[in-house]
Design a protein around this ligand. Structure first.
Ligand SMILES: NC(=O)CCC(=O)C(=O)O
Length: 262
């Protein structure tokens, strides 16, 4: 399975520019022979949260349409990072996933809102887990700050996800946390982690890439540089089975001991 991480810049509060740019990048990823393309977080608007009324995608319609068109035309599944959406309950940070036939097979709203970037003032949190099946393989998607919650990540693994996607806009100021947490999540959950960060600047933060693809043993297969780039990594899911057999963490769990309320 070939996975393309699309590490790209995002124009602040300019959805039209970002939709055109993203389309080009997905076409490029498909040209490189990828089965799945992965985008970063909030790629339609960036963190221009004060202008969501003008810029958020209503019910994700525009995003879903472009993902559906490109995935079916180019025969590539797309883990659509996330976009700012406006839905019945307010504004959300939403991920859509399209399969190669152009069907939207998953929709997820970021569950944990990041106060340091004011998300809690403008966005509503999602309430569902995001595990889906592509090409017969269970995978999961969560968004950026969700990574800091090991119990959330573990839930995905327990639900069978063998690859977990983490689109992000994670600033360079805390990039050491990003790298360490991603590697730890891959090791402790014995799964592939495909994490796609952005590059560039917004008025409050600088983003220096460092997207990562990590194998279930914790080996870092690729780290993005501080520039726009698309990297295609071929992964072998047998590695998940091998690592889980070698150190059977999931068999050795003592679930009845983990209830902190007991
Ligand atoms: N966009 C985000 O959720 C950023 C999360 C982040 O920077 C962190 O340190 O956590």
């Amino acid at each position: 399975m070939k996975i393309a991480a699309i590490q790209m810049d995002v124009a602040y509060g300019q959805p039209e520019v970002n939709f055109a740019h993203t389309e080009e990048k997905i076409k490029e990823a498909a040209g490189l022979g990828a089965d799945i393309a992965v985008l970063p977080e909030m790629w339609n608007t960036g963190y221009d949260l004060t202008r969501l009324q003008e810029t958020a995608d209503h019910n994700g319609e525009k995003t879903k349409a472009i993902l559906q068109r490109l995935s079916s035309q180019l025969q590539i599944a797309i883990v659509g990072g996330s976009v700012a959406t406006k839905k019945a309950g307010g504004y959300y940070n939403s991920m859509y996933v399209a399969n190669k036939s152009g069907e939207i097979i998953a929709e997820y709203d970021k569950a944990h809102l990041f106060r340091l970037m004011d998300e809690h003032h403008y966005l509503q949190p999602g309430n569902t887990v995001n595990v889906f099946t592509l090409d017969g393989v269970k995978m999961g998607g969560m968004i950026c700050y969700d990574l800091r919650f090991p119990e959330w990540f573990r839930l995905y693994a327990l639900k069978g996800a063998q690859i977990i996607f983490v689109p992000a806009q994670w600033p360079d100021a805390r990039i050491d946390h990003w790298k360490t947490l991603l590697q730890a999540r891959a090791i402790e959950n014995q799964c592939f982690v495909v994490a796609v960060n952005r590059v560039g600047m917004d008025p409050n933060n600088a983003f220096n890439g460092n997207s990562m693809i990590i194998a279930p043993w914790g080996k870092v297969l690729w780290t993005g540089e501080n520039k726009e780039m698309i990297h295609v990594e071929e992964i072998d899911l047998q590695e998940v089975r091998d690592v889980r057999e070698r150190i059977p963490v999931f068999q050795d769990r003592r679930e009845n001991m983990y209830d902190y309320r007991a």
